[in-house]
Design a protein. Structure first.
Length: 154
């Protein structure tokens, strides 16, 4: 996408930011050579193993699961396939965290991974039908990891 051209067409003002654009429509039957090359370069059809993304009760117990709720988060699209979402499942609660990339800058104007986390949160809520709240459960987190939200399944 040509960001400058798109922002001009969308009439984005100087004090506004358009961090992402979502395509609408139906996928073509066949992927173009450009799409295949791009997906291959970012490993778009690969995902981290569940044990690197999901944990039980705290970050010390990896989950080795095929749980459809967690798989929906694991397969959620992310920018450059960075997969920043981490989930700690504790009873009927799914605590969502962001694992910051190595180049994360807390003073930056925006964090593209927050968009990825929004997509992961949407997948989590759609599959569980749960309720979202922002109430940090106080679980000790690895360095570079930030609490985002909790989805509770009734």
């Amino acid at each position: 996408m040509d960001r400058e051209l798109f922002e001009k067409a969308a009439q984005v003002k100087e004090n506004e930011l358009m961090p992402a654009v979502s395509p609408l429509g139906y996928p073509s039957e066949e992927k173009s050579a450009v799409d295949r090359k791009l997906r291959d370069s970012v490993h778009g059809d690969d995902r981290f193993p569940a044990s690197e993304l999901f944990f039980k009760n705290d970050f010390s117990t990896p989950l080795q699961t095929e749980d459809e709720v967690l798989e929906a988060v694991r397969w959620a699209p992310t920018a450059a396939n960075m997969q920043p979402a981490r989930v700690v499942k504790a009873g009927n609660k799914y605590h969502l965290y962001e694992k910051h990339r190595a180049t994360y800058n807390p003073d930056a104007m925006w964090d593209v991974q927050k968009i990825d986390l929004g997509i992961a949160l949407c997948h989590l809520m759609c599959v569980t039908g749960g309720e979202c709240e922002i109430a940090d459960p106080g679980i000790a987190v690895p360095e570079g990891t930030e609490y985002i939200a909790t989805v509770t399944v009734k």
